[in-house]
Design a protein around this ligand. Structure first.
Ligand code: SF4
Length: 204
């Protein structure tokens, strides 16, 4: 595990995700939009969306139809536009336009699950957390860090095995590794720098 942590650190030294954001509000909106939508498309959409509605207050004043029009190239845009409207109203009215930095508070917001909340607190506030998306789940299983397919259990397994001060760098590293090398259908094990220490569980 120590060797794995070191190698992931060397491969992906900067904890980063591929969504563009300038503040916690922008990251929250981008994360909601990115569900079943590529990061590239999400970044194109948010560029226009934030130009028009840069704050929770501004977005809360937009109609669902106006939001929907701007995000229509995104999958599930009907549901997402409703969530964004409700979410911005709550942020404006209850949180004075700020995004809470607590996972427990965040998961009460419309359209926000545990994965989104963990990514938000870690990337926007630098609070140690583990966001489990499809890449983290798959790569953690193949590397033998978890046997579970449930994201809350995978989150716990990673938190138990990785030191807290490495959580953010590690899970963001697994996201990038899953996207670039340990792909869902055809993992590129031949060119993977983790090959000699990876048990390749479930890889045929
Ligand atoms: S060796 Fe293969 S299965 Fe293991 S992390 Fe690399 S690409 Fe994924």
């Amino acid at each position: 595990m120590k060797e794995l942590i070191e190698r992931v650190k060397r491969l992906y030294p900067e904890p980063k995700i591929e969504l563009d954001f300038k503040n916690p509000f922008e990251l929250l909106v981008a994360l909601i939009l990115s569900a079943r939508c590529t990061d590239t498309r999400t970044n194109t959409i948010t560029k226009e969306l934030f130009k028009k509605y840069p704050t929770p207050e501004a977005l809360s004043r937009a109609s669902i139809e106006e939001i929907d029009k701007l995000i229509s190239s995104c999958s599930m845009h009907n549901t997402k536009s409703k969530h964004l409207k409700q979410l911005s109203e709550i942020l404006h009215q209850k949180y004075n336009g700020e995004v809470p930095n607590s996972v427990d508070e965040l998961v009460k917001l419309p359209g926000v699950g545990r994965k989104t909340a963990n990514i938000l607190v870690s990337m926007a506030y630098n609070i140690p957390a583990v966001g489990v998306d499809t890449h983290v789940a798959r790569v953690a299983q193949r590397l033998g860090i978890t046997k579970s397919k449930k994201s809350d259990e995978i989150e716990k397994d990673i938190m138990d095995k990785i030191p807290k001060d490495e959580w953010i760098r590690f899970y963001t590293g697994l996201i990038l590794h899953g996207r670039r090398i340990c792909k869902a259908r055809k993992p590129k094990c031949d060119e993977c720098p983790l090959n000699d220490i990876c048990p390749k569980i479930g890889v045929k």
